[in-house]
Design a protein around this ligand. Structure first.
Ligand code: GDP
Ligand code: MN
Length: 376
């Protein structure tokens, strides 16, 4: 789950971090009022889950409340990376002396948090990585001890030569680490962390992604979700209690159990196909979940075939069969459905499916090959 900039900044502020002030608004009039309150010179920033808002015209500096309202009118409703801007963040303009980059993410290979910092901030870190990789400094954090003060200071001195600025940056880096850990984030980033001509260091942009698996124990973070900002399929899957990840292929997969879902995707690839999704209908016995799964899979226009792979344990095969029959009655499905099922109430399931004109195999190998063949 991604946070909006204003939400990420709120999180950072509650960790004590120096962050530039700002307020969100959804209309040009409200932006004008906020700009008046901030003294007229403000920056108006699109609040969408996308980087590169600056390049897309979603970050604009205004010299007066009227200009701020005009910028807001241009930005609100704008599409950035396919997302419609519904709110803007209004902040007083900062006089920037330098821009640095500070980020921390979960390094899966190192099994620990990894800091990346660069004195070349403001631009995409991917761009720095491609053109000037030695400008990026990395530090792995041992999660047992957390980020040590000397490590924070070492990172900070990669960004600023001036000790006064470096001390402030070290504080920001420690606060970023705390916010990252305490919110269950997989990534937290400040780009840019600016210094002003007066020698102040503060965050003027913020980006945070929360690990969805951390949300159940952090209701305060979970309620920051903006349903309007996620894809329809993601929202539908979450509501239906399905684990769903969209992928780039054309074999729609509907499987029970995460392990079997992974094995199914492996087998699809082994036989030369590409899965369109990971979808785990879970261990429950609920035909409605199957209907929701088919709706989600068929809403993806690249899907050429739907592959069911069900190992009936707690999940009863007859319930899945009922779900398939119900879904095909309720929605127009113009791609073939290939089914493998085995286990609890398998015979009953086959009868239900046969009555509706479906055949179901038992061999995972054969059925996956059939699905790959039909997907072309
Ligand atoms: P992003 O493009 O989505 O990453 O949005 P940012 O908030 O990082 O803004 C992009 C760029 O706009 C920054 O790197 C700055 O150069 C510039 N910018 C943003 N806010 C201010 C500000 O208050 N003052 C000045 N002078 N420039 C700003
Ligand atoms: Mn930025």
């Amino acid at each position: 789950m991604n946070l909006h900039e204003y939400q990420a900044k709120e999180l950072f502020r509650s960790a004590g971090m120096a962050v530039n002030p700002g307020e969100v608004a959804g209309t040009p009039e409200a932006v004008r009022t906020l700009a008046e309150g901030f003294g007229g010179r403000v920056v108006v920033k699109a609040q969408v889950h996308s980087g590169g808002r600056g390049k897309a015209g979603g970050v604009r500096l205004a010299g007066s409340p009227d200009e701020a309202a005009a910028h807001a009118a241009a930005i609100l409703g704008m599409e950035i990376s396919g997302l419609t801007v519904e709110r803007v963040l209004v902040s007083p303009i900062e006089d920037i002396a330098s821009e640095a980059y500070v980020g921390v993410l979960v390094d899966r290979e190192g099994q620990c948090p990894l800091f990346m910092v660069s004195a070349e901030g403001g631009i995409d870190i991917e761009e720095v990585a491609a053109t000037n990789p030695e400008a990026i400094h990395r530090l792995r954090v041992d999660p047992r001890y957390g980020l040590m003060p000397h490590q924070a200071y070492w990172l900070a001195t990669r960004l600023f030569d001036d000790p006064r600025r470096a001390r402030q940056a070290a504080r920001v880096i420690s606060q970023l680490y705390n916010a990252f850990v305490n919110s269950g984030a997989s990534m937290a980033e400040i780009n840019p962390l600016i210094s002003t001509a007066g020698g102040e260091v503060k965050a003027i942009d913020a980006k945070v992604s929360i690990d969805d698996n951390e949300l159940f124990r952090r209701p305060g973070v979970a309620e920051l979700r903006d349903p309007g900002s996620e894809s329809g399929a993601d929202a539908q899957a979450r509501e239906a209690g399905l684990s769903f990840v969209k992928l780039d292929g054309n074999v729609g997969c509907c499987v029970n159990g995460a392990g079997l879902a992974m094995a199914t995707m492996d087998l699809v690839k082994y036989y030369g196909g590409e899965p369109a999704n990971f979808l785990d209908i879970g261990g429950s016995s609920n035909p409605d979940k199957v209907v929701a799964a088919i709706e989600i899979i068929t809403s993806d226009p690249s899907v050429e075939v739907i592959l069911f792979n069900i190992f009936g344990g707690i999940t009863r095969c007859d319930d899945v069969a009922r779900g398939i029959v119900e879904a095909t009655g309720r929605i127009d499905i113009d791609v073939p459905i290939v089914i493998r099922l085995t286990g609890t109430n398998e015979d009953l399931a086959r009868t239900i499916l046969a009555d509706a004109g479906f055949a179901a195999g038992t061999s995972m190998d054969e059925v996956v090959q059939e699905a790959v063949r039909l997907a072309g």
